[in-house]
Design a protein around this ligand. Sequence first.
Ligand SMILES: [Zn+2]
Length: 391
Amino acid sequence: MRSPSKRRHRQKTKPRRFLMPPEPEPQPQPVPKRRLPVPRLRHFPDKGHLTEDYSDLVDASEIPPPYPPKWIFERMERHLPPALLRAPRGEKLEYMQRILAGHVPSPEDFARMESCIQYRKRICSSYKPLHPQLYKMDPRAFFLPSFLRAIRGNTIESFFDIIEEPTPKVYTFPMLRPAFCKMLMNEVENFQNWARREKQEINDPDSLGEPARGTTISDIGMKGMLDDLMKQFISPISKVLFPEVGGGCLDSQNSFVVPYGGDEGELSFNEDDNCMGMHVDDSDITLNVCLGKQFTGGEIYFVGRRCRNHVNSGPKHEETFIYSHVVGQALLYHGRHRHYVCPSYGLRHNMIMRCKSSLFNEVTKCKIDFPDWCIECLREHTASGWNILKP
Ligand SMILES: [Zn+2]
């Protein structure tokens, strides 16, 4: 039996209501989506396998544009998984097309690549170089002895004998011989004069102006030499300094020489095509070397690395850095490092090599943020981490 005091207390206290939660409506169970297995090829072909004939494919419109060469399917078929080798032709074709879909360029890219190949062929068959020695890698003639020593040492210590890092992830080092710089400028000028005389169109390297001011030197026969330059002399450095953006697996480059400033020999200032607003490069890593001539100004104003999502965010004071060009001195920086180019007075030529890693490019398709180098991504990560810890 309860005591009276307890009973009084219960009467004064507002009764508490406990509402039973409603019975949940039975939800339809989601049907698990059946994911198609990722199509893969075997590393080693079945050399004895007799392949199907795919020569009728284009006429039958069985291949989406841009039409890959028919022989691709015959070569691929020998690499199919054993279980598929005896499958019907249509099944094999569908499997191979799924593989190609991830690698075949779009029709626009395909047309651009084809046009570039034809352009290079045309130039290389008709343009006579002024300095043929530029078209083949010659380390002793191209590079300063100190640079060669650092590369041959191939250690962090040997690199940092010549490399300076005036601001995080911007590196400078003496690289090219003055004679090489002069020859390259003369070669480019010679090519430009020839192209004007012959009414030959010049490929615009970077939509820098109309008509094109720069010259894509890879397109005038120097691609082999420039590939060597990237693989043998830039990759060893970028592997150490830029591992986070594919510096260890660079596999393509686009190089051009751009004049900034007035006409040759004149000390002039043309504001229209003489400076560039804030931008990031179409590269993973950029090598930028001043070749000369007579100039003042033309500094590069760096304002911090940002991913695509944060490219327009404001700079932090500690990120800003101004670099003044020195002839023959290389500047090596992350392609997503935002920068301005200040106006040049006089005439200045720079060689710019934009290096890319196809492996890093594949990785970026899956990643959406880069807290290891974009401070806005890092800030968001830190903020979300703080929220989780809050009670
Ligand atoms: Zn970011």
